[in-house]
Design a protein around this ligand. Structure first.
Ligand code: PMV
Length: 317
């Protein structure tokens, strides 16, 4: 018996952190994904072979969280190892790093591989639900934005609510982005906790910042639908400023953001939990994408060239 499944990497274009408090976020799957392959294992347990390429230290750092995550997934899927066990191998072309959705992609891929292996025929909604339980192992109380993008693909408007609001945003054309990796492993739980603490202490200041973040989401949605990438870029720059104000950026992120802007990116911002991890630059057209990626690499950082809006069939939408 064998099973296989994939989960997309993701980039948050707007409103990481704000999304935790119900402010809309815009997130996209990227053209890189984690693949999980399940096969039988003689010992009654789930054995993991994590063969993903990763930022040095990433896998070791996340090992304990990964164990909790896998246990959450097994529990949610009611898998019973009283007979034989299962071996899951993680691979694929998504480089495991902070801010790129590596944890969500692995949860989604694993849930799909196990669903396939045990012939459970689970729907995307069910996979998303299981992956959310898995994500709790990494983040404690995740908003659900990462696993949603990782499961459904495409470009998504996401609002955390009693029943989350998940809407597809259609892009007129696929759009190139560059993601720059600071090489620093970041702890999303700590970043989220820090925001909560500062928000409670400075409620007036944070209220203003959060209000503007909400406005930006609506403006960005319209600009994306109209294909007005200059406007999208401007709004990304402003969103980065708000993220700096809530103190989740870092000097490496600010540096890479300024490199990308200096080389012509339409906009650039940190993406994901911040305090390290990745940034994203909007670089419509292969030429601009190449230029910005080269500039980041010349500074000694890793750059990933990909597109936003990738669907499950691999098309951009
Ligand atoms: O650090 P990442 O890539 O897992 O992104 C986390 C996004 C946050 O908004 C900071 C947290 C959340 O649960 O939404």
């Amino acid at each position: 018996m064998k099973g296989e499944g994939i989960g997309f990497g993701k980039a948050i274009l707007f409103n990481e952190h704000f999304v935790v408090y119900g402010i809309p976020a815009i997130v996209s799957a990227i053209g890189k994904y984690t693949v999980a392959k399940a096969s039988s294992f003689e010992v009654p347990e789930l054995k993991l072979n994590d063969n993903r390429d990763a930022t040095p230290g990433y896998k070791e750092d996340k090992l304990e969280q990964q164990k909790t995550s896998i246990n959450n997934i097994i529990k949610r899927m009611n898998i019973d190892f009283s007979g034989e066990g299962v071996e899951v191998e993680l691979g694929g072309n998504l480089y495991a790093a902070s801010g790129i959705g590596a944890s969500a992609a692995s949860c989604v891929a694993m849930a799909r591989a196990l669903s396939d292996y045990y012939a459970l025929d689970l729907s995307d909604d069910e996979i998303n639900d299981i992956a959310y339980e898995g994500e709790k192992g990494y983040h404690g109380t995740p908003s659900g934005v990462d696993n949603t993008a990782s499961t459904f693909g495409g470009l998504i408007w996401f609002e955390k609510a009693e029943t989350n609001i998940i809407e597809k945003i259609s892009l007129p054309n696929p759009v190139e982005i560059v993601m720059g990796n600071t090489g620093k492993i970041a702890d999303t739980t700590a970043a989220v906790a820090g925001v909560r603490e500062r928000k409670e202490k400075n409620s007036d200041k944070y209220k203003k910042i959060f209000n503007r973040a909400e406005n930006i989401a609506y403006l960005a949605k319209r600009a994306l639908q109209e294909g007005d990438y200059r406007e999208v870029g401007k709004l990304m720059n402003e969103n980065h400023k708000l993220l700096q104000q809530i103190e989740v950026s870092s000097k490496e992120l600010d540096f890479l953001v300024s490199v990308a802007r200096n080389y012509g990116a339409f906009g650039a911002k940190l993406t994901g939990g911040g305090l390290g991890g990745n940034m994203i630059a909007l670089t419509p057209g292969k030429e601009l994408q190449e230029e910005v990626a080269n500039a980041i690499e010349k500074e000694g950082f890793q750059a990933l060239k990909t597109v936003i809006g990738v669907s499950r069939s691999g098309d951009s939408q």
